[in-house]
Design a protein around this ligand. Sequence first.
Ligand code: NOJ
Length: 585
Amino acid sequence: MLPRCAFSVCHVFVLVLCLSSAEDFDWTKNDHSSFYYGTFPAGFSWGAGSSAYQTEGAWDKDGKGLSIWDVFSHKKGKIQQNDTGDSSCEGYHKVKDDVSLMKELKLNHYRFSISWPRLIPTGIKSDHINEKGIQYYNELIDHLLESKITPIVTLYHWDLPQVLQEKYGGWQNISMVNHFNEFANLCFERFGNRIKYWMTFNNPWSVAVEGYETGEHAPGLRLRGTGAYKAAHHIIKAHAKVWHTYDTQWRAKQKGLVGVSLSGDWGEPVDISNQKDIEAAERYVQFYLGWFATPIFHGDYPQVMKDFVGRKSVQQGLGTSRLPTFSPQEKSYIKGTCDFLGIGHFTTRYITQKNNPSGRSSSSYFTDRDLAELVDPRWPDPGSEWLYSVPWGFRRLLNFVKSQYGNPMIYVTENGVSEKMLCTELCDEWRIQYYKDYTNEMLKAIKDGVNVKGYTAWSLLDKFEWDEGYSERFGLYYVDFRNKNKPRYPKASVQFYKRIISSNGFPNQREVENWRRKAVETCSSSNQLLAAEEQRSTAANILRLIHDPLTSHMEMVTEIVVPTVCTLSILLSAVFLMFLLRRRN
Ligand code: NOJ
């Protein structure tokens, strides 16, 4: 059976190639390795991004309430090294410093998220509004605008107020729709005079799958086969409601846009001549990006999801599909609730068809898809386990968005690469390569006619990387987390990204090669600086160890124990001597 949009991924792509009308873009040179020298459209917006829980720190300062990530990260064994975001980059206290870094990069925009429990500690607006939280975001927004950097704001980057999780079960409960809408409305009211780009959710796929299906993320629930679908259903409704709130109450006055930031890896058929692989690859993308994008643009879930989850649910003896349904009214309410689409993209997979048994015990989002994911061992994988650098997949994903959702206005909201090394390494040549190749594929996509208006490097700073703690660094700027002031150091990629921004693209091979060489040259001096600082802080740590409460306690113990033992030994010897003398007499 073929999905509703009867084109396979490949067919769509081939079609896009044929229909492309870009005059100056030569499709015959479309091999994966070719580099395209040229510039982005005038006014293209370059930015960098962050999120509240990953960078702000100040988890319990100035009246902030707890979020599910505060609670989750404090549980032992949930995060690498039991790291928490308690202080993270101390972004809450470093607004000016961080805006200076953005100015240094000459960014056009900065993407950040607002922490719901910092504004509304319990998540319920009628309970209490925390004015200090409002003040913090006012300060950040005003600094950005003074520096001519456009703020792009995400309302939900995963930090649900803990009270809402405890009281209602978080996104498993439909009541989140109204609570989230009230929070969004508060943000429109207080910040909307200065914010023109809003995004309701960041990567709802992760919220649903990792929060409610696998439990790797907060709130850590493992409701396999149902939890993710239910969470997603409520998130989509919440998104639509907030879009309508803005549309009816604020748009005329504030003239902003409301979108959503969706994530999607690209899925490429293992065997492009095998129809089953082609369909499996399409399923991979539809279950990922399409799960959210299709309702938002077309009013309902992708047909292929309805078919697969529905069929498996029947085989499992269930009366209804585990994938919830939208009523006709809901469909028309949700359809078209997107002024621009945020795309977060990092990597690609090869996909092949694989039938999974449909027993009730094995039911899960993953087995519902009937496919297997593969990677090419030659793909570079510098950092996170899941992140392989496959730039051409980016262009394909962008073309897929164009053809499936009516060529919407796109802002790339996340794209970047991590490194695993914990030691000093500011000369991040692999990140330069990643940015160079991925932004170039985006340029090719624009030449294909995809409506990409901006690009956000992920991320401005190294930061708390969710269940991976601080072990994976995505930043353009290195953050020394061992130092309590959390100083920032530019990596070589800062120099390189700055050049792409100032040239609005890639002028010619000689110049781009020069950028790379210069970036790597300058980074070695910052590297020395950081290495010296690290040596100093290691020495300071050793000194601190000598004087820390534990060692001073040990000194105290020796002070008491040693004399006591000596005195006791002398006493015992005296008693023993007296005993001997007596026996002799
Ligand atoms: C997507 C998430 O939105 C972001 O917070 C995270 O840092 C990146 N993935 C990298 O894992």
